[in-house]
Design a protein around this ligand. Sequence first.
Ligand SMILES: [Fe+2]
Length: 228
Amino acid sequence: MAETPAADVHPPYLYPDYKSTRLRAPAQPLVRVAPSPLDTAGPTFPKHFVKDSEADLTTWGKSAPLGEKMVLVGRVLDEDGRPVRRSLVEVWQANASGKYPHPVDDHEAPLDPNFLGKGQVLTDDKGRYRIVTVKPGAYPWQNHAFGWRPAHIHFSLFGNAYAQRLITQMFFPGDPLLAIDPIFQSVPEAGRRLLIADLDLEHGVEGVALGYRFDMVLRGPRATPMGV
Ligand SMILES: [Fe+2]
């Protein structure tokens, strides 16, 4: 099993207020394994693996999805601040009503036939990515009484080496639900700010879409925390 994540930024495996961690946290001490070639080499994705259209989650249906359209830009950097190039960034999210098109989502909210809520993009030579979507809605969950998840977008990144793998969630600035979200609160305070996007109007589309920025760092002291 992998080394314990750095305690200062990443959430602990066990955070009792986040119920799922009670079941999935390792019950035995972790075993340190020898470094392998996979720590320094990882999956590479040819350019044609991802279609340009997959970076725009708003053009999947017959017409535009409901909700507040947004453009999300950012850079993916390694622990030394170098761009992570041509690396796969996958996103998934609820629709503007806080509903996933998934059979186990029993939230009483409407599906949007024009929104599937998933996309992917490869970073460019400067480590940049750009995604067009709608702002996801908050949704209730069964973790605790009156629990609601703050609006969030899920991210999965492969980086350029398996040791850079990151699965996390991006949140929105000023959301009052952050204070009652055990997933967000399980991240040590020093890391929480790194999971909140910045408003970035100039990267939006005038009169059409709000712009947000969310940079991610894979490993190192400034690493973006895991959020699963
Ligand atoms: Fe979610």
